[in-house]
Design a protein around this ligand. Sequence first.
Ligand SMILES: Nc1nc2c(ncn2[C@@H]2O[C@H](COP(=O)(O)OP(=O)(O)OP(=O)(O)O)[C@@H](O)[C@H]2O)c(=O)[nH]1
Length: 333
Amino acid sequence: MHESTRLTSDLLNRLSANAGILLVRTLWEYCPEHMFIVRVEGPTDFVIEAINPTRQAMLGEQAAFIGKRIEEVLPAPMCHALVANFIRCVESGMPIHYEESGAAFIHEGIYQQGRWQTLLVPITHQNGRITHLFGVSRDLAALPISSTVGLPETRELERRVNERTAELMATNEKLAHLATHDHLTDTYNRRYLMELAELELRRAVRYEQPLCLMMLDVDHFKTINDTEGHLAGDEALRIVARTLLASVRECDLVGRYGGDEFLILMPETTAEAAWEIADRLRRTLAQTNHLTISIGIAGLLPEDRFVVDLIHRADKLLLQAKRNGRNRVECAA
Ligand SMILES: Nc1nc2c(ncn2[C@@H]2O[C@H](COP(=O)(O)OP(=O)(O)OP(=O)(O)O)[C@@H](O)[C@H]2O)c(=O)[nH]1
């Protein structure tokens, strides 16, 4: 295998579930190519399940396509060619490439001539059955026409389009960051943390791996606000967040749960290991910033179904740490 291909696949293999999901989501949201997912209902039966924003922008109303069979949305000749490719992909069980041309549906019976180059990848369920096909289509009509490529006005237009695209992507990235992060501490916000945590929990249950949830709260934080002011309180929260982010692994999820409370979800971590990490965190903050924290740690139990199950136990243990004098860690496997 080519060295760079091997390195890339190693890197992809090492991605945690949340990093992998983020990567796929980012590609799905921002990739300028057309993407779609088709559900395999039978040997010749295919239903459109999802269309990415680039394709939505071309097709107009997304809702009109989702849940429809291919033959309901495409004119007959194009539909037959497409379904033949879907069948070829399912039968071979391998990614395939194909080119297609024909009328592309615009809206209400209006079609426009189009030409596409598509990569189709089968998605296999754990039981070995191909349940979906994932397609990435390049609109060949949208590629620069070779005879105009060298013209100065074409180059200027291309430069402006690229500049605008880069600006839009940067804005989208900022918006995505704002929607998923806490504005004060730049850790994950509660909603996004819970979303990622549910995925990690399902992964841990499926692969029977340990998982720990740490809930921590700054001791006497109200006094910092009352004696030094709210800005000093804000800065203390930022210090705690920076220390947490610097102390945990890349695959750990750090988020602000609310006020002066933070959560850390630690995949593939036993309660003993989590206790060590928590106690090191506690000592680091106390020594370097004179801030003390109390921590409750809950380990995954076989009966746990949702992240709140772990949160309830970690919260109780945090309360216990406060009652037992603060600046300490309480843990349950
Ligand atoms: N500066 C600042 N304060 C906040 C923020 N969010 C919540 N708080 C304050 O954080 C304090 C939380 O206090 P508690 O955790 O209830 O109590 P505590 O003083 O930390 O006492 P113990 O937790 O029992 O040790 C409250 O006074 C809130 O007003 C914030 O974003 N910035």
